[in-house]
Ligand binder design. Structure first.
Ligand SMILES: [Mn+2]
Length: 341
């Protein structure tokens, strides 16, 4: 397979080998989307260590998780990066806009590369780019960026393992985290057990049926969310839209995504009032010329937890706020009672 960033990949492999050499790795923390799961499947397969998925309403860089991983040798994948040390020894593999660098950590970060690689590509580079596992690298990349974002690994993976199979598997493993239950463990189980995408989709492995059921549930919730109209506030007019929904499923990112192409040039947020009790979960999508991370930083309301507000990519970021902080943000952005909690 071709490698988008060959010099970086070689350096990542050397850095990761040095990390392995220097001490034990006994736990992988990862995100629950296709990119996080494929990164975890790659790393867990190579290192033979368990995975702790960091899912709904949780953030790896907060006290509860820090307490849980105390004393461990960790790889933290696709979960952002902050200036906080976790565990006994730490390797961070990530591609989100970082807010700091943990002291003493081994860091494999792709934010300064163009195109920015998925975490799955970075994890695959770290492991020395093993050909047979290239489908997992491509899967995470397709999950985060689609299959036409200029990553050279994707076209050969599509040719070798099937474009349709890779797309189908990406869609399936992305479904459980979005369902009302939100448990991505079956998707990880499926990816870990599979030799390749055809094997994963064959029906012979555990996890597939749960992924399929989750996808049906999410499809129905998405259809309902699409019926909500975008609203505009006094401060930015047509430049910032918000769509309000109420769903136990994580359909706010998809809903924001579906509007950003239709509302020319606007930053679009979808605010979900039914996802976490007592909170508003919101997801923003922006056209290339705009920067959501900057917008949210400028309007950070009092009471916003930095671990759960305004993190992500320039074109895709959001957060979770309690009702008071959400209402303060709405006041600041010039929205009326239609957006208040
Ligand atoms: Mn990612």
């Amino acid at each position: 397979m071709e490698i988008t960033h060959p010099a970086f990949a070689a350096e990542a492999a050397a850095r990761f080998a040095a990390f392995r050499e220097a001490g034990a790795i006994d736990l992988i923390l990862s995100d629950v989307d296709a990119d996080g799961l494929s990164s975890a499947a790659l790393l867990a397969g190579a290192l033979d260590v368990p995975v702790r998925l960091v899912g709904r309403g949780m953030n790896a860089w907060t006290d509860p998780v820090a307490a849980e991983v105390e004393g461990r040798g960790l790889v933290v994948a696709d979960l952002g990066m902050r200036g906080r040390a976790l565990g006994d020894r730490l390797c961070v593999i990530d591609h989100h806009v970082p807010t700091g660098t943990p002291e003493g950590a081994t860091v494999i970060h792709g934010i300064d590369l163009d195109p920015v690689p998925s975490t799955s590509l970075l994890a695959w580079y770290a492991l020395g780019a093993p050909e047979e596992r290239g489908w997992l690298a491509a899967l995470g990349c397709i999950g985060d960026y689609g299959d036409k974002a200029g990553h050279l690994e994707v076209a050969p993976a599509k040719k070798r393992w099937g474009a349709g199979k890779l797309r189908e598997l990406t869609s399936l493993v992305n479904a459980p985290r979005r369902s009302a239950a939100g448990d991505a463990a079956p998707a990880l189980e499926l990816l870990r057990a599979a030799a390749d995408p055809a094997h994963a989709l064959s029906g012979a492995l555990p996890g597939l049926a749960a992924c399929e059921a989750a996808r049906e549930e999410v499809k129905a919730a998405t259809a309902e969310a699409r019926r909500a109209p975008p609203r505009f506030g006094a401060r930015y007019g047509a430049d910032v839209a918000i769509v309000r929904i109420d769903s136990p499923c994580q359909v706010h990112p998809l809903t924001a995504q579906s509007w950003v192409g239709r509302l020319r040039g606007a930053i679009v947020f979808c605010a979900n009032f039914g996802y976490l009790p007592g909170k508003v979960s919101f997801s923003g999508r922006a056209p290339r010329s705009k920067d959501i991370v900057a917008l949210l930083a400028e309007h950070r309301p009092e009471g916003a937890d930095p671990a759960h507000y305004g993190n992500g990519h320039r074109q895709a970021a959001g957060g979770t706020l309690d009702h008071a902080a959400w209402n303060a943000l709405m006041d600041d952005l010039g929205f009326g009672p239609e957006m208040r909690a």
